[in-house]
Design a protein around this ligand. Structure first.
Ligand SMILES: Cc1cc2nc3c(=O)[nH]c(=O)nc-3n(C[C@H](O)[C@H](O)[C@H](O)COP(=O)(O)O)c2cc1C
Length: 259
């Protein structure tokens, strides 16, 4: 049976119409679930860095959220003033989106971490079981060799000693820059010092092997064959721990705690 051109065009248009309705309905109905999953994913990373959830532990989502609620207090911070902003819900605040919108972010000063925009507000996570501050977890991001690395750094209550670091999203080469998420390399950070006595950011990923945290507190081993990624990690820490990032907030915490 022969079909006219008109019939073929109308048939194709009808198929496209039905498919696009199907895609649109799926996208809208799954949006809430996707947002919940993203929130859960952040909770897992923060708990893991806080030492409250191991990578192997498989827990139902309600249990992860309960553990998070019992131990972690997420707070929104105004990066310019360093003060907490209680009016904004830290559980739902989307920092990545805020950093892209010119109304909720500003242009970053030129920096080697290639951070282009800084959000006006950011989320910090206070590890606070039984109302006692155990660590502060801050989001960090910056350019490596192939793209932006996203992660978190955890600082002890002295606002100086590093408890840990993690990178959960990056485009670095597996086995080279991709070793940023190697547990052995990440374990080298605990006990190092992020700042010197003047409060300047000093922590550096060096080329080669660093000494122990006691003897060589400002250095971490470089990633073999990945000097550019290693330098990227140094750069992004200098940015986020310094004045353009969480500097004002960390100053406030220091004065509150008298450290
Ligand atoms: C296929 C390929 C992938 C690479 N991936 C990375 C990477 O992820 N991170 C990085 O710093 N260097 C990477 N490099 C190496 C860099 O080009 C550069 O040579 C290296 O950073 C220098 O480090 P080194 O001085 O420790 O050898 C890659 C090189 C090649 C050929």
């Amino acid at each position: 049976m022969e079909h006219s051109s008109r019939y073929i065009v109308l048939f194709a248009a009808a198929v496209c119409g039905v498919c696009s309705i199907f895609v649109a309905v799926s996208a809208v109905s799954l949006k809430e679930r996707q947002e919940l999953n993203q929130q859960l994913d952040i909770q897992k990373k923060v708990l893991n860095l806080a030492g409250l959830l191991s990578a192997e532990e498989k827990l139902p989502s309600e249990e992860i959220s309960r553990r998070f609620k019992d131990n972690i207090v997420p707070r929104v911070v105004n990066l310019a003033t360093g003060s907490y902003v209680d009016e904004v819900d830290a559980d739902t605040f989307d920092q990545k989106r805020a950093a892209k919108d010119p109304d909720t972010s500003r242009t970053a000063p030129t920096n080697p971490a290639k951070v282009r925009r800084v959000p006006n507000l950011a989320v910090v996570y206070r590890v606070e079981p039984n109302d006692e501050l155990k660590a502060l977890i801050l989001p960090i991001e910056g350019y490596g060799l192939w793209g932006t690395l996203y992660g978190f750094i955890s600082l002890a209550p002295d606002v100086e000693t590093i408890e840990g670091i993690t990178f959960y999203e990056h485009k670095e080469t597996p086995g080279l820059g991709g070793e940023v998420d190697n547990p052995r390399w990440k374990s080298l950070w605990k006990g190092r010092k992020a700042f010197d006595d003047q409060g300047d950011v000093r922590i550096t990923v060096k080329k080669g092997i660093a000494g122990s945290p006691e003897d060589d507190p400002y250095h971490v081993d470089g990633l073999a064959g990945a000097t550019i990624t290693s330098r990227g990690v140094t750069n992004l820490l200098e940015f986020w721990l310094g004045e353009p990032g969480f500097g004002a907030f960390l100053d406030q915490v220091r004065s509150e705690r008298g450290v």
